[in-house]
Design a protein around this ligand. Structure first.
Ligand code: 5GP
Length: 350
């Protein structure tokens, strides 16, 4: 496990509020409990519950949002989440979050995202690269270096107009590291047709797009999503034969979130997870955490899980991590830098 922690890694599917530290979540909930805004004991019970169905997870997110959605807290969580990924040698992180509007506290989607960016800028113990192509442009001489890029999520509860607002915000924020759009939120809610115009517009404007796809059985939607040819998809759990064939011929990279899929019972057990089939078929895949706080995991643990379940050795795990560089949404310059990082570690393994 120590080796997996020190191995450089790439994280492409991490939701900001789902990656919140448990200790921070409990601290924030306790404070709101003291103010009488929530009943802390109810909240504590839900946070500490380990296995949750997909439906229960979305209930938990609504609770998390009650305690996390103010500017100061968003700034704090962003800082902590990036520090946690860097601590286990994630060298490139694409962090996704849903810009939220809350008129009662004067929050717009834009001010929410500004709070996120402030969190990134407040990190002083890391060399954090937010928008240039080059690690050397980092300002300090700290040992740990990390590229961070942002994806703006559209929640499936949103309307076409609201989704379009998020895409326009992403376009405005490209110079602070926003590289793409994600479609997420409760997969049993909303219609593909609602989001399609905004996602199409995003891509026409040069943003990359990733979609949560096939978390529940929905053949029509899965086929439409694959026909859209997104840059990547997340999960791909409930695919039928025809959809597997379509996915494999499209070569769309899949963000694999093992612990999340098992905890939410989207996949019945780890040994039947489609990781094995896609890995064997040499289909592009990348291991990710999804919600490291909610599912009590981290990226090193996900690699360890692959090793213990599917028998991958050190070189194979390293190759898996290295190949993820091909699927990042940042530009060529960043890719070159990451290739150098992996090459230098790879030499020590030969
Ligand atoms: P946030 O966008 O607030 O930073 O992160 C939490 C949100 O990410 C959740 O409310 C939900 O919309 C989305 N999310 C987190 N995990 C999952 C998941 O496993 N599946 C889907 N579809 N959405 C998720």
């Amino acid at each position: 496990m120590d080796w997996l922690v020190s191995m450089p890694k790439v994280e492409l599917h991490a939701h900001l509020n789902g990656s919140i530290r448990n200790s921070t979540l409990l601290e924030l909930a306790r404070e709101l409990g003291e103010k009488g805004t929530i009943v802390f004991s109810d909240f504590e019970h839900v946070i500490k519950k380990n296995d949750r169905s997909l439906r229960e997870v979305f209930k938990l997110f609504d609770l998390i949002h009650i305690v996390t959605t103010d500017h100061k807290t968003i700034t704090r969580i962003t800082k902590e989440v990036v520090e946690d990924f860097a601590a286990e040698n994630v060298v490139y992180l694409e962090l996704r979050t849903t810009p939220k509007r809350n008129d009662s506290i004067g929050m717009s989607k834009k001010s929410y995202m500004e709070a996120v960016v402030e969190g990134l800028r407040s990190i002083s113990n890391l060399d954090i690269n937010l928008s240039s192509d080059d690690f050397d442009k980092c300002s300090s001489t700290n040992e740990k270096k990390i590229f961070v890029r942002l994806l703006l999520s559209i929640d499936r509860r949103e309307s076409t107009e609201s989704a379009m607002e998020t895409v326009n915000l992403a376009l405005e924020m490209r110079d602070v590291g926003v590289v793409g759009i994600d479609l997420s939120g409760n997969p049993t809610i909303g219609e593909w047709a609602t989001f399609f115009p905004a996602l199409k517009f995003a891509r026409e404007q040069g943003l990359s797009v990733t979609l949560h796809c096939g978390e529940v059985p929905n053949s029509v939607e899965i086929q439409s999503m694959l026909d859209f040819l997104p840059g990547r998809i997340g999960h791909a759990c409930c695919f039928q034969d025809q959809e597997w064939r379509k996915l494999k011929s499209s070569k769309i990279p899949v963000e694999i979130c093992l612990t999340s899929n098992i905890r939410t019972e989207t996949i019945s057990s780890i040994d039947v997870h489609h990781f094995a089939e896609l890995y064997k078929a040499n289909h592009p895949i990348v291991l990710c955490t999804d919600d490291s706080g909610v599912f009590s995991t981290n990226l090193s643990t996900e690699y360890a899980l692959v090793s213990s379940t599917f028998g991958l050795g050190r070189m194979e795990l390293f190759e898996l991590a290295r190949k993820a560089v091909d699927y990042i949404y940042a530009g060529k310059g960043v890719k070159m830098e990451l290739i150098k990082v992996f090459e230098s570690v790879g030499r020590t393994l030969e």
